[in-house]
Design a protein around this ligand. Structure first.
Ligand code: KG4
Ligand code: ZN
Length: 365
């Protein structure tokens, strides 16, 4: 028997924008009660990248299990849920629809609102989550956020949970994508980022050096496709010489890390005194890169800026961040009964997906 006194203070989050099928139960205060992630890596590895159709089918199969597990691990019942939050984009069209339709079906059965969440916004809020290993201690607005994943690379200024300004973004490859492509060129396995980082080696005989990328115009925008070309041009001179290839991988990683840390410095130096961020938050899969962490931590210490990098399971794709972004939207709207959210639909998700795909292809198609 449902008790009317039972507070509806949790959000079920569902994430299916790429190759992780994930569900989580998070309190409105950001406390993570459960976060279940099914990685589809094994399904895609043979193709050397994510295959959209394979991803959608795997989401269809896995999401029901993942959602059930998230509920049972959390000890939270459907009657304690305030809403269901689901990633509405950016991401793969078919993959997104699997999550959306799952959210809609459950919301219909449990009479709950569906909150559509922007995947990038969710990444940016991930440092606010509370888990047994991570607390948002000392975190305060405004902060500078660097999102570095396989699909996106951008700098944002956050002045509040919903107050996000894009400062600059990549004009071509995302950082993770650049790592993945470079790794493929070097004959390393997918996903290339961690493989390249493990392969890279530096010593006094290292003969390569790529300059950090600096665009002539474009404010705080980034670009990584030129580095990939530089690597391709350098490779024939080394052939199969293993030490040379390891040095080349190091030089590539170093150029990316310097490009990002130089940009951090540029953004912070350009901020007016009252807008100067006190913290840098780094999120996305590439935040796992040890060299990037080391160089950013030195650079931030020089700048007098605190560095926050949430643990890996919060940095990479997960549903806890989606639930929390949903929680902030829910609270901003108020918790009165009968609230109407602008619920995502098949049409809005597909429309956004098409526009994103066109933007990625560029004006010439
Ligand atoms: O955020 P994420 O898990 O998925 C999305 O793209 O949304 O990021 C995955 C990306 C991949 O491109 C992967 O190669 C890269 O992050 N990555 C790394 C490292 N670990 C993961 N890149 C460089 N060094 C790493 N240690
Ligand atoms: Zn992501």
């Amino acid at each position: 028997m449902l008790s009317h006194a039972m507070a509806r203070s949790y959000i079920l989050g569902i994430e299916s924008s790429c190759d992780e099928s994930a569900a989580a139960i998070v309190g409105l205060d950001g406390e993570v009660r459960s976060s279940v992630i099914y990685s589809q890596l094994a399904e895609h590895v043979a193709y050397g990248g994510v295959v959209p159709e394979v991803a959608a089918r795997a989401h269809l199969e896995q999401l029901p299990h993942v959602i059930r597990q998230a509920l049972s691990e959390s000890g939270v019942g459907p009657q304690e849920l305030a809403a269901i939050a689901v990633t509405q984009g950016p991401g793969l069209g078919g993959a997104l629809l699997c999550g959306l339709h799952m959210a809609q079906a459950l919301a219909f059965a449990w009479r709950l609102p569906v909150i559509g969440v922007d995947h990038l916004h969710a990444h940016l809020l991930s440092p606010w989550l509370k888990t047994s290993t991570h607390q948002p201690q000392g975190l305060a607005y405004p902060y500078l956020a660097l999102l570095v994943s396989g699909g996106h690379s951008a700098f944002y200024r956050l002045a509040g949970h919903g107050d996000v300004t894009l400062l600059g973004q990549t004009r071509d490859d995302a950082v993770g994508e650049a790592f993945d492509k470079a790794a493929k060129t070097l004959g390393l396995p997918y996903p290339g980022g961690p493989a390249l980082a493990a392969f890279a080696r530096q010593d006094s005989t290292c003969a390569f050096r790529f300059s950090p990328v600096r665009l002539k115009s474009g404010g705080f925008d980034l670009s990584f496709s030129g580095l990939k070309t530089a690597l391709i041009h350098a490779l024939p001179g080394i052939g199969q010489h293993e030490t040379g290839r390891r040095h080349l991988a190091w030089a590539f990683q170093e150029a990316i890390v310097r490009t990002l840390s130089d940009k951090v410095q540029e953004i912070i130096s350009a901020s007016s005194a009252d807008m100067r961020p006190q913290q840098l938050v780094v999120v996305g899969g590439v935040a796992a890169n040890t060299r990037l962490r080391a160089v950013l931590s030195e650079r931030c210490a020089d700048l007098g800026v605190a560095l926050t990098i949430p643990p890996k399971d919060l940095c990479t794709d997960n549903a806890a961040m989606v639930a929390y972004a949903g929680a902030t939207a829910y609270q901003a709207a108020g918790t009165a009964e009968g609230l109407v959210f602008t619920a995502p639909t098949t049409a809005t998700v597909l429309d956004a997906y098409t526009r994103d795909a066109q933007r990625r292809r560029g004006p010439t198609g």
